[in-house]
Every structure is written in C-alpha cells, then in structure tokens.
Design a protein around this ligand. Sequence first.
Ligand code: SF4
Length: 313
Amino acid sequence: MADGTTADVSLREARSVLRACRLCPRCCGADRLSGQKGFCGAGDAPRVFRRGPHHGEEPPLSGTRGSGTVFFSRCTLACLYCQNFPWSQEGRGADWPPGRLAETLRELRRAGCHNWNMVSPTPWLPWIVEALEAAKRDGPGLPVVYNTSGFERPQVLRALAGTVDVYLTDLRYARAASAAEGSGFGGYAETAREALRVMWAQAGPLRTDADGIATGGTICRLLVLPNRADEAVANLEWIAATVGTELAVSVMAQYVPAHRAAATPSWERPVTREEYGRVCDAAERLGFDNGWIQDFGRRTPDELVGYRMREDT
Ligand code: SF4
C-alpha cells in the first residue's frame, strides 16, 4: 500500500524507502539507490548547501543564540519565485559522507543553538532520522524543527511522531491554478492543508520555555504573493474554521520576484503594502492572537522582524 491514506512509512527502512521514493506527495518512485534522481533531483547521499546558527527565523526559534539550521539542497516543489533556487532547484551544495550530518548536529549543539532546524528535509529523511538518533546518543537532544513548504504526505508525517518537536510549515495557495503555475503542483492547497492537520494533531500549539524559546508545537507561515492576497486570506479563514486560531501564524511580506518570476506576468512585482495589510487585517479580524507579522519594506529572510499581533491578556 505504497500510497494509501492509512499506511505508514518506516523511515528506518531507508533502503526500501529509497528504492522507489515516495517521501513527498509527488511519489515519483525514483530508484535513488540505483543512480536515478527523483523529480526533486535528490540522489543517494544527503546534499547540503549551508549549515550554522541562523537568526532570521521567528523569534522563538532564533532566540538569542540562533537556530541550528541545516539547509539541504534540492526541494520537492519547483517555485518559480524561489529565492533559494541555486541550491533548491539547481542543486548547489555538497554530498555529505556517512556521519557528517550527525557531527554537524553536534557542532550546532556545541555552538549553543536553541534547536536543530532541518530546512527542506523531506527528500533526506532517512539520513536525518539516523543522524538525530546518533547525536542524541552522546549528548542532550535539542528541539527538532521540521522546516517545510507544507508539501508533505500524511504517512511520512506520522512516521515522524516522536522525532519532530516543532513543525514550521507553509500554506501558500488556495487556488489550483496559482499552485500549478507557482510551484508546479496544482493540488498543493489540499495537500498542504491536510499536512497541517496532521502536524497539528501530532504537535499541537506552540510551546515555549521560560525564555520564550520554542520547545514544541506548530507554526504556519503565510507568504503573501502578488495578486494573490485573497488566497492567503482564504487560508487564514480555513485555518480558523478547521485547525483553530490557537495556531501561531507568521504572515510574511518578503516576496520578491526572484528566479523566473521576474519574467512571468502576475508574479513579476513585489507585494504591495495594501495586499500585505489585507492579510494582516484578516489575521486580526479572525482572532489569531499568536504569531508575527513583518516590518513591511524589509524584505530579506534574514530581516524578519517579529512581534505579537495582539498582547496576550
Ligand atoms: S522526495 Fe524527491 S525523489 Fe522522493 S518522491 Fe519526492 S520528488 Fe521523488
């Protein structure tokens, strides 16, 4: 039952998982152990672009000492506006030998990072699960952040129960046409919404320690896209009606027409202040008390400026 709705995936059976890869919803079936590359371009060794403390995530993740990020190469989506396309789509990075990922997790722990933040982890899950277990055997475990576009299979998410502490996910589109053009998968909205439900059932609301650092839970990012603010509003309405407004949401203004977007009609400009304001207003109107908005005009991912939408009372 390779793609059934109830069958689980054992990420520890790496060889059988990678023999006909179905780690992401594309289920392309690539035999990655025989030299085939999947739709995402992933092969038979984890490929990493960059790692280190990162201060551009939401405040409970970055804290004061940074989020311990590993930016994996390759991605299961194919966004025409991707700012990271040199490594997400063109594969820049290096194949890591056995043991290096676990050693990197130990380095991030020694550096004082607040968590282990796996960015675009899906194609590499068997290696990630193994490395996390190895790093936890010889030192304290850090909260594990699963940093994803939201394009995930429920079966795979269920296999991550007990491994992932914080889901940091996205909802990008509400219309199939936008998802097909923007990311190459028309069914993104249904897929990412179902994934969010599974994450929420597993991890629940965001939890922090006495210093405000995330220890577990779920955060959902809504990247406001040009000419598509209504889709972000529709996703907020869907969250409010199904998951609930307890979910921490991060409304993002940082879209720029990177990669192929600059030459693609309707994607070729930044988001306007009015579009961004419309989504922020909707978040407030719907009663999302937990989360962050960005300082409009500061558009790089490293300049996320977070503050609460409304004080807790
Ligand atoms: S993770 Fe990559 S190789 Fe695996 S199913 Fe998805 S696109 Fe194919």
